[in-house]
Design a protein around this ligand. Structure first.
Ligand code: NAD
Length: 259
């Protein structure tokens, strides 16, 4: 068997309709995973599923807002009814730009609901199935903002710091149930998420901001979704069986070389 095979591994990927999540969904399906794509944007999720099916992979799309516990539980129970749930990738997330002076209570609540409660909801829903199956893998999308101070990212950093610490907590609590839990902390990756916040926050200066954001990575560019997906593949494969409770920076040197 080839390395990094996910043959028949039932995988739930949130936010798999776009960007990093989409790339993870396509990569995992190509390695044999049965992929369940949960996304607020149902059309996006369907688009990912169509691309997987065109390559003879197996996937299904679900319309799901990860911040809504009832809906998340309903979908995960449907998936887990007839099969194991082997892998959960908590990828869905939203951005916010601003220091505490610009962050309104509604912004904080929104970032909490999607980026923190979304991870909590999906993890809580999947863990009983993983325990029943005597193991599983959970991978969370954190950020460089989880562990370093990024300018004007107050609410986003708050939420991604929590993703990192939830990762450690889950890894610790379920280590004896053979559930591994890790997170990935990307630097800037060129996805609609980045294009969206540039056009929303810097209208008229899009090109200049794109260049500036590219150069904040010492390596001189943004990451590619495929590069994140390849790390995700390794961490969710059996080749990474000895890895749990870890945060992997994938950031073109941002955290360690920006001095
Ligand atoms: P993206 O905007 O391209 O895709 C995010 C997907 O999540 C979209 O399909 C969106 O519809 C979905 N989504 C948003 N809110 C949702 C909700 N409430 N319920 C279900 N789905 C929802 O973003 P991306 O750049 O691919 O980012 C993916 C993850 O990676 C996010 O958690 C983000 O914080 C993290 N991240 C991204 C970067 C980056 O530079 N792109 C850097 C570090 C971390």
């Amino acid at each position: 068997m080839s390395k990094f095979s996910l043959k028949n591994k039932v995988t739930v990927i949130t936010g798999g309709g776009s960007g990093i999540g989409k790339s993870i969904a396509l990569t995992f399906a190509a390695q044999g995973a049965i992929v369940h794509v949960l996304d607020f944007d149902f059309e996006g999720a369907q688009g990912t599923v169509s691309e997987i099916e065109e390559k003879n992979g197996i996937a299904k799309a679900y319309h799901c807002d990860v911040s809504k516990q009832e809906k998340v539980f309903e979908i995960i129970e449907e998936i887990g009814q007839n099969q194991s749930i082997n892998i959960l990738v908590n990828n869905a997330g939203i951005a916010h730009v601003g220091s505490i002076e610009q962050v309104e209570e509604s912004d904080l609540d929104l970032l909490y609901n999607v980026n923190i409660k979304g991870v909590y909801n999906c993890t809580k829903a999947c863990i009983p199935f993983m325990k029943q199956d005597k193991g599983g893998v959970i991978l969370n999308l954190a950020s460089i903002a989880s562990s370093v101070g990024i300018q004007d990212r107050f609410a986003y950093s708050m939420s991604k710091g929590a993703v990192l610490t939830m990762t450690l907590s889950v890894a610790r609590d379920f280590i004896h149930q053979k559930i591994r839990c890790n997170c990935i902390s990307p630097g800037r990756v060129h996805t609609p998420f980045v294009d969206g916040f540039i056009s929303k926050n810097y209208p008229g200066n899009e090109e200049e901001m794109f260049e500036k954001l590219s150069k904040t990575q010492p390596i001189g560019r943004m990451g590619k979704p495929q590069e994140i997906a390849d790390l995700a593949l390794f961490l969710c494969s059996d080749e990474a069986a000895f890895i749990t409770g870890c945060d992997y920076a994938i950031d073109g040197g941002f955290i360690t070389l920006n001095n």
